[in-house]
Design a protein around this ligand. Structure first.
Ligand code: SD4
Length: 341
């Protein structure tokens, strides 16, 4: 049998040669540090705390990639957060499976999906990017790789998550609608989907992004949403900008949402208009379910201009730059716009 350790070593060598050539290409990409930079933005209200952590790297002139990894580790470690990281709710079999991806200014990317027993999937995603020639590792292979990299295995199902799962088992009704998930996550908060997607531009004008989640609570074992899929849950193009998403991942994947948003910005759309167009595409494809689901996009362009748009009201995003570190902005939405008109 081929020795796995040898394989990783060998392939890491190949990867570093490949990375070198990527650096050479990246030199030709103009960077435009401006007044707005550095800046970090992220999804939902807990993005505020995550941004503050990312800011510690950015304000020192650090790299956006380091900033986004450090930032999203805050909700991943938060024991009150049941949709990201170590305290995430399990699938219908009582297993906590985590998804994450990361992308840098050179187009390098790494991802893990359906990974168990590791509390910080974003760090493993970065290791996949930096230490292997691959983009994505899943399931047992991802956990095995994490352990080989020196990361400790942990039991992730918290007593609170176990209680919620057992309560869910009584009826065991699963419908991929966010409201079910939300009622359990935050009583009274109808549309509060808690995947964190973060985008940062550092002082050099380079863009990176990260996205991490425990996915939909009580999903089928093995189900993977948009969050660890490059192009769906996250996409960065250092010439143009970056985008990330939250909400019902299946609909985002169908439309390759984050890639679409970045490509629309390339065509001249503002970040907000690009997010709006991507939301409209989702609604157009499945108008019959649009009323029932939430999807939100968040985007930033090379100049540091940002914007967001969601299907439903209730989406918010956090912004942090040198002027203000704890800004929380309510996202615009399709159904709010309908009500207005
Ligand atoms: C997923 N997009 O797994 C994620 C879910 C999400 O808050 O955003 N949850 O489909």
């Amino acid at each position: 049998m081929y020795n796995r350790r040898k394989f990783i070593k060998l392939t890491a060598l190949t990867a570093s040669v490949a990375t070198l050539s990527k650096y050479a290409t990246a030199k030709n990409i103009p960077t435009v540090p401006g007044d707005r930079l550095p800046i970090v933005i992220s999804t939902w209200d807990f993005g505020v705390a995550a941004n503050k952590e990312a800011w510690k790297t950015l304000e020192k002139g650090g790299r956006a990639l380091d900033a986004v990894e450090a930032g999203v580790k805050i909700p991943e470690a938060d024991m009150k957060n049941h949709t990201v990281g170590r305290a995430g709710y399990p699938d219908r079999d009582g297993r906590v499976t985590l998804d994450a991806c990361i992308m840098d200014e050179f187009g390098n990317c790494g991802s893990v999906a359906a990974m168990e027993n590791i509390a910080h999937p974003i760090t493993v995603a970065r290791l996949v990017m930096e230490k292997t020639p691959h983009v994505m590792l899943v399931g047992d292979g991802a956990t095995q790789f994490a352990v080989e990299q020196g990361i400790k295995k942990e039991k992730l199902l918290t007593p609170e998550s176990e209680k919620a799962w057992k309560k869910w088992l009584v009826k065991a009704q699963y419908s991929p609608k966010m409201n079910i998930e939300n009622e359990q996550h935050r009583p009274g908060s109808k549309y509060n989907h808690d995947t964190i997607g973060m985008l940062a531009i550092d002082a050099k004008g380079n863009i990176s992004g990260a996205c991490t989640t425990s996915g939909m609570a009580f999903k089928l074992h093995g189900r993977v949403g948009d969050s660890p899929i490059i192009g769906a849950g996250l996409f960065v193009d250092n010439e143009v900008g970056g985008a990330t998403s939250t909400g019902v991942g299946e609909e985002v994947i169908r439309n390759v949402g984050s890639f679409l948003v970045v490509e629309l910005m390339r065509q001249g759309y503002s970040p907000r208009d690009a997010c709006k167009e991507a939301v409209h595409r989702i609604i157009k494809k499945k108008p019959e379910i649009a009323k029932e689901i939430q999807v939100g996009f968040l985007a930033i362009n090379k100049k540091g201009e940002y914007g967001a748009y969601a299907i439903q009201e209730g989406f918010s995003f956090a912004v942090c730059d040198k002027n203000k570190q704890d800004l929380l902005i309510p996202g615009e939405s399709y159904y709010k716009d309908i009500k207005k008109n």
